[in-house]
Design a protein around this ligand. Structure first.
Ligand code: GRF
Length: 195
């Protein structure tokens, strides 16, 4: 049995964190056991911290506002990730722009609520809903120096079908809660030779 350690970074509600903990943490896939060894949140009071407690997991808080530059914050993240011997880092609703200090030193994937390369940035759900597109979607990609720009590992789309904004958002979250755990498993069990 091979143990693969993951780190999950989040900033807010943590519904994707919860989906990963439910579907992946402590579970065995073939000869690989995946363990969520490190959880990091940059916001004190984020609801994800409470969700993690249900799984008996403590979240390490590293508040970005305690650092005077993005680079110094990233140094603290990298230190924690390296100390914990993490095989794969997952950005699950982690709302920070990362510098090369992080991207050059950490193998990480990010979840994004649009069909990349369309609608990069923090307002993807609203911008994709407001667009003329007949479909919406979700992407998982490798983290690179370019914001929301690394190689795409998985994507899923859905039809607009007259959805309201609430339905659009709900559909995105439903897909996210499946596609991110699935991609993590695929990477760590080498089903996808792409990370
Ligand atoms: C998700 O929609 C993710 O794609 C975006 O932020 C949201 C995080 O949601 N980057 P949650 O905190 O996992 O509930």
């Amino acid at each position: 049995m091979v143990i693969k350690n993951i780190a999950i970074l989040f900033s807010g509600s943590g519904s994707n964190l919860e989906a990963i903990l439910e579907k992946v943490h402590g579970k065995v896939f073939g000869n690989v056991k995946i363990v969520a060894k490190l959880l990091i949140c940059n916001k004190l009071g984020a609801y994800g911290i409470e969700r993690a407690k249900k799984f008996g997991l403590t979240t390490t808080i590293i508040e970005n506002k305690a650092f005077s530059s993005r680079e110094e914050f990233d140094v603290a993240l990298v230190k924690e990730i390296e100390k914990n011997e993490i095989d794969l880092t997952i950005l699950a609703g982690f709302m920070r722009i990362l510098t090369p200090v992080f991207t050059k030193n950490v193998k990480a994937i990010n979840l994004h609520p649009s069909i990349l390369p369309l609608f990069k940035g923090a307002h993807a759900i609203k911008e994709s809903f407001d667009s003329d597109m007949a479909v919406g979607g979700v992407s998982v990609h490798l983290v690179s120096e370019e914001l929301d720009g690394g190689r795409i590992l998985a994507q899923e789309t859905f039809q607009r079908d007259g959805k309201t904004f609430e339905e659009w958002e709900e559909t995105i979250h439903k897909i996210e809660h499946e596609i991110l755990p699935k991609t993590i498993i695929n990477i760590l069990t080498n089903k996808e030779n792409n990370a």
